[in-house]
Ligand binder design. Structure first.
Ligand code: SF4
Length: 144
């Protein structure tokens, strides 16, 4: 008789989760935080904004230990969030950390952390249904 296969642990979001951005800009502002960027992301954003890499770094990037993050305004707004329109100035070239929101490991830890995410982000929990595979793909792109 064959040994019983160990049961695969199912994710609490196995049936998928809904998300559709309302472009409110809330995830680009608020408490102090970091938007981690690598060289390729800096190059893509600089290109989008028609700046050289060094111009872009000088204006928008800060060093944090051995890593680099986008600068913030004193009130916590991301430096790339247009204060008037509340839209991202580099949206099409935004970094992976922004692209994969709200499917971050930290938001998906439990139903409670997802609930908190839904309270902070009006687009989370509504709109398009993402499958488990799509969510897992995004979650694994960046550890946040
Ligand atoms: S907080 Fe949510 S709905 Fe608002 S801009 Fe960010 S992702 Fe979109």
């Amino acid at each position: 008789m064959a040994a019983e296969q160990p049961k695969k642990k199912t994710k609490w979001y196995a049936d998928g989760l809904r998300f559709e951005c309302t472009q409110c800009g809330a995830c680009c502002s608020g408490e102090e935080g970091y938007v981690w960027v690598d060289k390729n992301e800096v190059l893509a954003m600089a290109k989008k904004m028609q700046l050289s890499e060094s111009e872009f770094r000088k204006k928008f990037v800060r060093r944090v230990g051995s890593r680099h993050s986008l600068v913030e305004y004193p009130d916590g707004d991301c430096i790339l969030l247009d204060p008037k329109t509340r839209h991202c100035l580099a949206y099409e070239a935004r970094p992976t950390q922004c692209r994969t929101w709200p499917f971050w490991k930290s938001n998906l830890t439990s139903e409670r952390t997802w609930e908190e995410t839904c309270q902070a982000c009006p687009g989370a929990g509504t709109g398009k249904l993402y499958t488990l595979e799509e969510i897992e793909h995004q979650r694994k792109l960046k550890r946040v």
